[in-house]
Design a protein around this ligand. Structure first.
Ligand SMILES: NC(=O)c1ccc[n+]([C@@H]2O[C@H](COP(=O)([O-])OP(=O)(O)OC[C@H]3O[C@@H](n4cnc5c(N)ncnc54)[C@H](O)[C@@H]3O)[C@@H](O)[C@H]2O)c1
Length: 700
């Protein structure tokens, strides 16, 4: 027998156990072992039924991702499933932990399924830009009907055993002792002479969809917004439709074809990259797992503005008591009212119970007394973006906070080392850069100062995990990873409109590329005043010999701060968030162009896309070379989770690698010739392009 699968007899039941820790992935040895285990059970006259179970903490949690993209090693999963389903003796899947992807497909080839209550089943392939390619799209609809199958396969979300029982995926939810429960279930099948239920031969559950073929179009319409730009969800729908319209064997062929289409598309490469990039980002070479971290039992937030309130919600959601300190009662009341309104909105949508809302609100205490932070294990400052104010706050925190507490700043651009210099404990100071709205956006950019201690990083990353964020570690510089790259991106967007594009053209190109929104709509949403204040602070240091677009400043001078004032780059009808082109803005742009001596021209969509994207990538290359980001995939994670970059394109650096750095460098060099210094190619981009390499090949 394969080392990864064992066979044992318990009475007249053959128990086939998969032992491939940590998640019993369906590696070649597991596939081989399953076939051998089945053969033993079938050949042994003393065996009347079999159970397939996972050793350790889970059933088979999916395919072996390490085998992706490599030549397939026999036996393939299809032949394993065929052997299971055609076994003359009943085979029962016994599920604990997670049965995902290929794991669930194994269960669906079994004649019956039992699970412990905490067990979960799902087909998450769509999240990697794929579809279940081993019969999942053909068997699941035959088991639970096309509509329910569509929901599971297209969302990729798992369901727990009790729900799986309701749906008909699981036949019985058994007690804690899974093996005993499964063996008893198998013995009962034999005693009661139950039939071998081959899902591939079942048909009755497909009738509803046959009578209502419009179901598929309706389902497609329902996901159009959310799945905009993605290929796999729509291929999943086609595959389920094939289950309804074709005989099983034909359906399997169609499924395989569709799977190959997904596998060959750049989208799955991008989504698989994103999957690994997110995991990779948590690996910090000099802060390995096991680095001592402080346990966070209480937290404090300074400032109850846009960010402070959202940050406090993160703590409350994770069950951590949090004190919010403000300057004035009015600001405090306003801040807490916003938090309450946010929770109430979630309750209204039915996504949070009133009791849970009360519990969370109960964990948040507002005060004007800074002394109240004394008990906090971490304090996050979210006051105005001004160095003097930040230093003043940190000097005060230093005097009050208990020894060992983490002192964090939510600054978006300011120098963490300067902030730390206001304290006697720079090792405890770190940047925790949340994104707006802080209770919704998944990214947390941790900013390491020159003297930030490893323990401070370990504590902050552990906190990030606890509050459900995806985090990356950035070095200390103006704008860190995300906002530093954003600056040239926004600069180019403004230059493009001065040269002849319109805000709506630029936004449409970026939106059609797959971003959640374009640069102008994004600024209107975030508030134009934020950037304006930062620009004013830096005005004295600005080089007068470089081109500068005044349009953004002019808008702010007119009080056009974006959605919140009803106008910005666009105008907004009262109560509406729909951006409408505004002739006043167009006049402003034309005037600025005239003033700058720019002859306006037709700007192509292609130029818009290249100038915006390569501005990100060129700055990303500098960030990588300087060590501000540890690896190019960390930059991708930052843009996927913090800036709405399309996941199916893998992130800006991955996308540039896919296009080829030779081409990217060629474009950047051409822009440099046309537009001068701001487009100086990053040395790393130039070098990698000339060496025929990609950002992925760069390591320090
Ligand atoms: N708004 C964003 O999109 C965003 C995103 C990421 C990071 N940030 C950063 O977060 C920080 C806060 O930004 P914001 O948008 O929440 O600002 P905001 O103006 O909405 O809120 C700041 C709050 O801090 C309070 N405050 C000021 N000084 C204080 C003090 N000494 N003690 C206690 N409270 C004080 C103010 O009363 C105000 O309520 C800034 O550093 C900003 O750069 C903002």
């Amino acid at each position: 027998m394969s080392e990864l699968v064992s066979f044992e007899k318990q009475g007249s039941v053959g128990v086939i156990t998969v032992n491939n820790p940590p998640v019993n992935a369906l590696a070649q040895g597991v596939r081989q072992g399953l076939i051998e285990g089945l053969a033993r059970g079938i050949d042994d006259p003393g065996v009347s039924a079999m159970v397939i179970i996972g050793g350790g903490r889970t059933f088979i949690a999916g395919a072996d991702i390490r085998e992706f993209g490599k030549p397939p090693q026999p036996p393939d999963l299809h032949s394993v499933l065929e052997k299971i389903e055609s076994s003359p003796k009943p085979v029962v899947a016994a599920i604990h932990g997670t049965a995902l992807g290929g794991g669930l497909e194994v269960c669906l080839a079994c004649h019956y399924r039992v699970a412990v209550a905490a067990g979960q089943v799902g087909l998450p392939e769509v999240k990697l830009g794929l579809l279940p390619g081993a019969g999942g799209t053909q068997r699941l609809p035959r088991l639970i009907g096309a509509e329910a199958a569509l929901k599971m396969i297209v969302s990729g979300d798992p369901v727990r055993a009790p729900r799986a029982k309701e749906l008909g995926i699981v036949d019985e939810v058994v007690g804690e002792d899974l093996r005993a429960g499964a063996v008893a279930f198998a013995e009962k099948l034999v005693a009661e002479k139950k039939p071998l239920r081959k899902i591939s031969a079942a048909d009755d559950k497909l009738q509803a969809a046959r009578q209502n073929p419009a179901l598929f179009e309706t389902f497609k319409k329902g996901i159009e917004r959310e799945a905009r730009g993605y290929l796999a969800p729509f291929k999943c729908i086609e595959a389920v439709q094939a289950a309804v319209t074709l005989p099983f064997a034909e359906g399997l062929k169609r499924e395989r074809q569709l799977f190959q289409e997904c596998m060959a598309s750049p989208q799955s490469k991008g989504q698989i990259h994103a999957f690994f990039a997110e995991r990779e980002a948590t690996k910090i070479p000099d802060v390995p797992p096991g680095t001592p971290a402080r346990k966070i039992e209480r937290a404090a937030v300074i400032g109850a503005g846009t960010m402070g309130g959202g940050i406090a919600m993160n703590f409350a959601n994770a069950g951590i008591p949090v004190t919010v300190v403000e300057m004035s009662q009015e600001a405090l009341d306003r801040g807490l009212a916003v938090v309450k309104k946010n929770y109430a909105g979630t309750v209204e949508k039915g996504r949070l119970s009133q009791a849970d809302m009360d519990k969370r609100m109960g964990l948040i205490t507002g005060t004007l007394d800074r002394g109240a932070i004394r008990e906090a294990d971490i304090v996050i400052e979210a006051v105005f973006e001004e160095m003097a104010v930040k230093k003043d706050v940190f000097a005060a925190l230093d005097k009050i906070a208990k020894p060992g507490a983490v002192l964090a700043s939510n600054t978006s651009t300011l120098d963490i080392d300067q902030i730390a210099s206001a304290t006697s404990r720079p090792e405890a100071v770190i940047g925790t850069h949340f994104f707006s709205p802080a209770n919704v956006m998944r990214l947390l950019e941790l900013v390491r100062g020159a003297r930030t201690a490893k323990e401070t990083i370990a504590t902050s990353s552990e906190l990030s995990r606890r509050i459900g964020k995806v985090w990356v570690l950035a070095g200390n510089c103006d704008g860190f990873i995300g906002n530093r790259m954003l600056a040239p991106y926004l600069r180019e967007a403004e230059f493009l409109v001065e040269e002849g594009a319109t805000p709506q053209q630029v936004d449409k190109v970026i939106y059609d590329f797959g971003f959640a929104m374009g640069p102008f709509a994004m600024q209107d949403l975030a508030g134009l005043d934020v950037g304006w204040r930062i620009r004013k602070g830096k005005a004295a240091a600005r080089r007068k010999d470089l081109r500068y677009s005044h349009v953004g400043d002019r808008l702010c001078e007119q009080g056009r701060f974006g959605q919140k004032t009803g106008s910005g780059w666009y105008r907004y009808e009262p109560g509406s968030r729909t951006p409408r082109p505004d002739p006043e803005v167009e006049a402003l742009i034309a005037a600025a162009a005239k003033e700058g001596g720019i002859t306006r021209r037709q700007v192509s969509d292609e130029e818009v896309l290249k100038r915006c994207l390569w501005a990100l990538v060129n700055e990303g290359a500098r960030i990588l070379e300087e060590g501000i980001a540890l690896r190019s995939s960390d930059i991708d994670v930052t843009y996927l989770y913090g800036y709405g970059f399309p996941r199916y394109r893998g992130g800006p650096m991955f996308y540039a690698d896919q296009v080829g750095l030779k081409q990217v460098y060629g474009d950047v060099a051409a822009f440099h010739t046309q537009h001068g210094e701001p487009w100086t190619p990053a040395p790393l981009l130039e070098r990698l392009a000339k060496e025929g390499k990609g950002f992925r090949d760069f390591s320090r």
